[in-house]
Design a protein around this ligand. Sequence first.
Ligand code: T4K
Length: 380
Amino acid sequence: MKKSDKPILVTQPALPPLEEFIDSLKEIWESKWLTNNGKFHRELENALADYLGVKYVSLFSNGTLALISALQVMRITGEVITTPYTFVATTHSLHWNGIKPVFVDVDPVYGNIDPAKIEAAITPKTTAIVPVHVYGNPCGVEKIQDIADTYGLKVIYDAAHAFSVNYKGQSVLNFGDLSVLSFHATKVYNTIEGGAIICHDEKTKKRIDYLKNFGFAGETTVIAPGINAKMNEVQAAYGLLQLKHLKANIEKRKQVAGLYDEALENVAGIRILKQHPATDHNYPYYPIFVDEAVYGMSRDELYFKLRENNIFGRRYFYPLVSEFPMYKGLDSARTDNLPIAHQMANQVICLPIYPELEKEDIVTIINSIFINENLKKTKK
Ligand code: T4K
């Protein structure tokens, strides 16, 4: 088995051509307008709304502040039903709002919150559902909305992985009351750090924009205890350039995923996560799930073997958020309440995927998964 001679990381950000960015920087230097709803900020909000096929975009300095603010926008309190199979920021944003997370198990195919288990977790204190479109696969949006409508709950999607994902012919971001994006360096679309809230009406957009700017609704009027979560002009200008290259980058990701699919589809004991059939996918992650009994090696053994070969996959999302000390004591964090989420967390490795990942590196990764002849046996 060939070891990679350089580290292959789980991801590598795509950057716009430097010359293009220098032109934007010159413009910013000349204007001396650096932040607070400047020209590039306004342009990017409009360009993103067009690109994504959504009504309103409010830019944020990162996805976590966007999540924290989204909960404030909707005045969410009490208890919120959410998934443990996510990045900690989803749950921390509830905690920062003084809200109790109530964990519900996930579906075994995509790892999204299982709509069939939501109703049983609703109490008189429940005010909202915060699902995550994990790995960019849409949640059961119709079923979730039915439950929300029946019980009078808000739905705020953590759509950090779902940039430009369409579901049944429209943006998945059009579902729920709000959707929150992350534009972190590791995401399909990045503004270095950044994020956004997507909403569907002008009044809500106005409230979001007040809240991310300390609550100012005019020079001397403060309408709410807001925060500073604004994106600056340098990042907004960079973000505009990124949009130009996004389609090509997603296409390259698709090709990487295709090579993995072809090679790993028939490896006994490795489950690849098929993309949702009703979706234009964005290929943000390439998770595989290792069934130790069949594969003959545990997930962690494979994970560390890959590291020895200079391949740095990541175990997103292990440990489950419900296992972290600040949440572990919650009744809903009990292992027997979350069997599927535990199984997925214990089996997952996200393999490297990014537009510039070279074919030779993909072959090295695949060969490292074919640990020995025995493992090359195919599924019946
Ligand atoms: N909700 C969900 C479902 C999320 O997944 C996230 C973020 C959020 C909310 C919160 O959004 P933000 O507030 O972050 O906008 C990373 C990211 O920091 C985080 O944004 C992301 N999810 C999470 C899944 O992954 P780490 O701790 O794994 O990142 P790190 O620094 O280990 O980077 C991962 C790999 O990427 C490294 O192997 C190296 C490579 N990398 C990273 C950076 C930052 C680069 O090549 N260049 C870079 O600049 O959390």
